[in-house]
Design a protein around this ligand. Structure first.
Ligand code: NAG
Length: 261
C-alpha cells in the first residue's frame, strides 16, 4: 500500500483537537506520499503529524502548548502503522515491534526513519518539531520522542536560537493565552543523511494561534537549517514564505480567524 498516498488515520477525524477549530492544513504542504499520523501513546492521542514517507521526515507536527516541568526520558519510538496499517496504533520502540511481528528492521525503515539513520551525524542532531519542553508530564513529553516527529537539524540552531525561540519567545508570546495551538514543520532541502534515506530540511518553521479572553493572537518564526538564527515574522508572512518554499500551492496554516498580521 506504500506509495499510494494511503492515510494511516485521518487527522480531521482522529485528531481535530490539536488544530484551532479543527482545521487541518494540507493544501500547499502535502508531499506526494503523505501519511497522517494521529500520534498515540499510553492510551491517549498526544499530537498530530503530517508525515512525508518518501523523505522520512515530518511536514509538520501540530499540538497544544502546555509547558511544564517533568522528567523527560530518552529512547526513541517509531510508528507501527507506517509498516502495516493493521499494526498497533500506539508508537513504540523498534525492538517491541520486531519482537511482536514477523518483520525486520528494513521493513520498519521502508517508510519512516529509524534510530540507525540518526547515528554518527556531524553538525546535525535530532530536532523535535513538537518539543518535549512544551508538555507538562512524563507521558506527553515521552510521546515527542518518536522519530516521525524528528528531522535532522543543525545542532547549533537546535541548542541555540531555536531553543531560545521554543523556551523564551513562546513563553513571552503566549502570556494571556488560554489555549495555544502550535504547528511546527520543516521544508525539505537538497541534502540528506543515512545514504539518502532521510532528507535534511532547508528550513525549520513554527507558527502559533492562541485564544485569549478577548481575542485571537498569532505569531511565527522561521530558521534556515544551516544558521543559528530564527527570524520572527507574522503568520501571514510565514504562509507566504512557505508557499514559495514548498511550491505545492498556497499555504494556510490556521483557520481564517487567526490574525495574519
Ligand atoms: C498529561 O498531560 C496531558 C495534556 O495536558 C493530559 O491530557 C494527560 O492526562 C496528562 N497525563 C498524565 C498521566 O497526567
Amino acid at each position: 500500500w506504500l506509495g499510494h498516498s494511503e492515510v494511516v488515520r485521518s487527522l480531521a477525524t482522529s485528531c481535530p483537537q490539536f488544530f484551532y477549530k479543527g482545521m487541518v492544513p494540507k493544501t500547499g504542504l502535502e508531499p506526494p506520499n503523505p501519511a497522517e499520523i494521529c500520534q498515540h501513546y499510553n492510551n491517549q492521542y498526544q499530537f498530530a503529524t503530517l508525515y512525508d514517507t518518501a523523505r522520512r521526515i515530518p511536514v509538520y507536527s501540530a499540538y497544544i502548548y502546555e509547558p511544564g516541568a517533568a522528567k523527560r526520558s530518552q529512547g526513541w519510538l517509531i510508528e507501527p502503522q507506517l509498516v502495516n496499517p493493521k499494526y498497533s496504533k500506539s508508537m513504540e520502540t523498534e525492538n517491541n515491534l520486531l519482537n511482536r511481528e514477523d518483520i525486520n528492521i528494513q521493513d520498519i525503515g521502508s517508510s519512516q526513519a529509524t534510530t540507525q539513520d540518526y547515528v554518527g551525524l556531524k553538525g546535525l542532531t535530532r530536532g523535535h518539531m513538537n518539543p518535549s519542553g512544551h508538555h507538562s508530564n512524563f507521558t506527553s513529553k515521552k510521546a515527542t520522542f518518536t522519530l516521525t516527529n524528528i528531522v535532522p537539524q543543525n545542532d547549533k540552531l537546535n541548542s541555540g536560537a531555536w531553543s531560545r525561540y521554543e523556551v523564551s519567545t513562546m513563553a513571552k508570546k503566549s502570556k494571556g493565552c488560554t489555549t495555544t495551538y502550535v504547528i511546527t514543520g520543516a521544508v525539505p532541502g537538497n541534502t540528506n543523511i543515512a545514504n539518502g534515506r532521510v532528507n535534511t530540511p532547508s528550513h525549520i518553521w513554527s507558527s502559533a494561534c492562541c485564544v485569549t479572553k478577548s481575542k485571537l493572537v498569532a505569531w511565527a518564526g522561521i530558521a534556515e537549517n544551516n544558521k543559528d538564527k530564527v527570524q520572527q515574522i507574522s503568520l501571514g508572512d510565514l504562509e507566504k514564505m512557505l508557499s514559495n518554499l514548498y511550491t505545492r500551492g498556497r499555504v494556510s496554516l490556521f483557520h481564517s480567524d487567526c490574525p495574519r498580521q
